[in-house]
Design a protein around this ligand. Sequence first.
Ligand SMILES: O=C(O)C(=O)CO
Length: 258
Amino acid sequence: MPVFAANLTMMFNEWSFLDRFDAAADAGFSAVEYLFPYGEKSEAIADRLTRNGLTQALFNLPPGDWQAGERGMAALALRFDDLAASIAKGLDYAQAVGAKRLHLMAGLADPNDPVAQKAYHRSVVYAAEKLSECGIALLLEPINPRNMPGYFLNNVDRAADFIQGLGLSNVKLQFDIYHCQIIHGDVATRLRQLIPMTGHVQIASVPSRHEPDGEELNYPYLFNLLDELDYQGFVGCEYIPSGHTLDGLGWFKPFARR
Ligand SMILES: O=C(O)C(=O)CO
C-alpha cells in the first residue's frame, strides 16, 4: 500500500503553516512534504513532526529569489556560489527535521544551451556529494512547461538519461505523475522503466491538478502498479484541493493511518 505524504504547501491551506502538520496528522497522514521550510525555524517544524508522529518525506533546497521569479539555480552558471550556500542552508534544515530527501530545482534556462548543461552537471555533482556526506538523497524533478515555462529540466526521459549517466547512487528521480502525463503521457510504462531510479513520487489529477480521483488519470490503477513494482518510497500529494482540503479526502480514506 503506498505511503502518502500530504503536501503542506498546497493542502491544508485553511490552517497556518505550522498548524497544517497537526491537521494532516489528524486526517490520517503519516508523512508530509512541502516546497520550502525556510520561513519557519527548523526547531518549530521538528517539534510539530515529533508531536504528531510524522515523517518529513521531502522538501526543496532554497531556489534563489522565488518572489522575483527564480525557480532554482542549478543550471545557472553565474549562481554557483549562491547555490553552494543554499545547499548548506537546506542541509541544516534537513538534519534538524530528519529529512532523507531533498529536491534541487534546476532553474530557468534553455535545456539545449551547453553552458547551462555544464552548470547543471557541476551543481548536481556538488550537491550530491554534500548530501551524501549526510546520508541524504538528491532528487531531480522534471516539471512541465505549462506550469513552469522556461524551466531547464522539462523532460522525464532526458532527466532519466542524465541520472543514469551520472551513476551517483544518491541521485534519484522525482517522478511527478502529473508533470509526466502533461509532458509525455504513457505514465505506466515510464513508471515500470524508471522505478529503480525513482526516489519520490508525486500525484495530482490532470489537467486541473486537484485530488487524484478524477479526470484523465486512473489513480487506483497507478497505486496498484506502484505496489506491484514494490515502490518503497513516499507518494507526495502535491495537489490543490478543489474545495476544503478535508472535503476532498474521500480518495485517501482507505490509506489513512488510524
Ligand atoms: O512545481 C512542482 O511540481 C514542484 O514540485 C516544485 O518543486
